[in-house]
Design a protein around this ligand. Structure first.
Ligand code: SF4
Length: 412
């Protein structure tokens, strides 16, 4: 962080970020309990390093942007939310948030957006070819991506995801996806080849299938692994779907889970089974470890790891991609999300539900009251924790632990 404050040399800053990331992965402090988790971090590290080469093939993407399209053009998608999350893991977010504050960005905005706007303004990222963003899940993406697009003077391709999942909405979004493809051809001077799109769809579908199998295994009781190891999988969105490294990532998790399950002796002791909603603090695992290891309340599933979409169909690419975007549980009214939560409560036989209300996320936090009423209506205890996924100043570890302790009493 000091180098970000004191030394404006971009090359040094990039090397500093790469080294910090490597240190976070390879030193004993990393505390990975799964080999696949370590492999995931290395995949992300290599992805970032490739992007930092700055060979003009990088594309800034929002979390749910259709990265298959980017890979089909031989480009490298780089999710800005993912990078904000990784910056939190290696402890450099405060410097960027400070920069965002100095630009008069409102502090009640989601800190992911504030962080990546600060990162873009700091000039530490290589120039992208263009930016690709969807309006879901958060409306703020349009504004923050417009800011980043201005910083780099690069075109921003926006996909306006309707709120309704109807045939008309599919057609509207499919047309936008097709237009995005045309714009990319114009920007890159390269025509999209059918076989490249087919390959990207194949990898995406394979990753989807593997994630679905992992999710099935996680229904078992007692659980095979701790939830801690899965909570950052969300960062794969916006960067890895549509490429073989996404497949490798999920293969690694599935193989390890299957092996541990087969050995049978390493089962996790879970006195309570928890469903975790929304995200969690990326900069510090101590809260989750306290919950899972000390209190034996194991997170058996996370809302963000749901496979909510159908396989992509290369014969009907634009409509198929549109359907995937529209089937996201965060698109539309809270009713859709509530339906999924009820199903997860049943499928994973949970004893309690925890929602982590990330600072400034109107998208998720706005439904907390409805979620609470629905979950409690099922006779399942519910806890809402206020905090921040990437900004330590917005989180009070002591208070959160006290609330978790009270929640444990309630579940008992
Ligand atoms: S935390 Fe909420 S507001 Fe922030 S990026 Fe995620 S969905 Fe959007």
């Amino acid at each position: 962080m000091k180098i970000l404050m004191d030394d404006p040399d971009v090359g040094k800053i990039r090397r500093g970020i790469s080294l910090s990331l490597l240190k976070a992965i390879l030193t004993p402090k990393s505390g990975f309990s799964l080999r696949s988790d370590k492999r995931y971090s290395l995949i992300l590290y290599n992805h970032i390093r490739k992007f930092f080469r700055g060979d003009g093939r990088g594309v800034f993407t929002s979390l749910f942007a259709p990265t298959e399209l980017i890979y089909a053009f031989g480009l490298i998608p780089f999710s800005l939310e993912m990078f904000a999350g990784i910056a939190a893991v290696i402890g450099i977010v405060p410097a960027f948030l400070g920069r965002s504050d100095a630009l008069w960005m409102s502090t009640d905005l989601c800190s992911f957006h504030r962080a990546y706007m600060g990162i873009a303004n700091a000039g530490v990222l290589p120039e992208p070819a263009f930016l690709l963003a969807t309006s879901h899940t958060c409306d703020g993406t349009f504004k923050s991506f417009s800011f980043v697009s201005d910083c780099f003077k690069k075109p921003l391709l926006l996909l306006n995801t309707p709120y309704e999942d109807t045939d008309e909405a599919v057609r509207y979004l499919a047309e936008q996806l097709f237009q995005a493809k045309e714009s990319i051809e114009e920007i890159t001077g390269k025509k999209l080849r059918d076989e490249d799109l087919e390959r990207a769809f194949y990898y995406s579908n394979r990753a989807r299938e593997l994630l679905a199998q992992i999710n099935e295994l996680r229904k078992e009781s007692p659980p095979v692994v701790y939830g801690e190891d899965f909570m950052k999988l969300i960062l794969a969105w916006g960067s890895l779907f549509g490429h073989k490294k996404g497949v490798r990532l999920f293969e690694g998790y599935l193989d390890e889970l299957t092996r541990l399950r087969g050995e049978g002796r390493n089962r996790v002791r879970a006195e309570r089974r928890i469903l975790w909603l929304h995200l969690n603090p990326f900069f510090d695992k101590s809260l989750i470890r306290y919950l899972e290891r000390e209190l034996k309340a194991v997170v058996v599933f996370e809302e963000v790891n749901q496979v909510f979409w159908e396989e992509l169909d290369v014969k009907n690419p634009w409509e198929s991609l549109a359907r995937r975007l529209l089937s996201n549980f965060w698109v539309g009214t809270a009713k859709r999300r509530l339906g999924k939560i009820v199903k997860m409560v049943e499928d994973y036989s949970v004893d309690g539900v925890i929602h982590f209300s990330h600072w400034g996320c109107r998208q998720s936090n706005g439904s907390v009251r409805l979620i609470k009423d629905t979950v409690q209506g099922l006779g399942v205890p519910f806890l809402n924790l206020d905090g921040d996924c990437i900004e330590e100043r917005n989180i009070s570890d002591g208070q959160l632990r006290t609330r978790i302790d009270g929640f444990m009493e309630l579940m008992r």
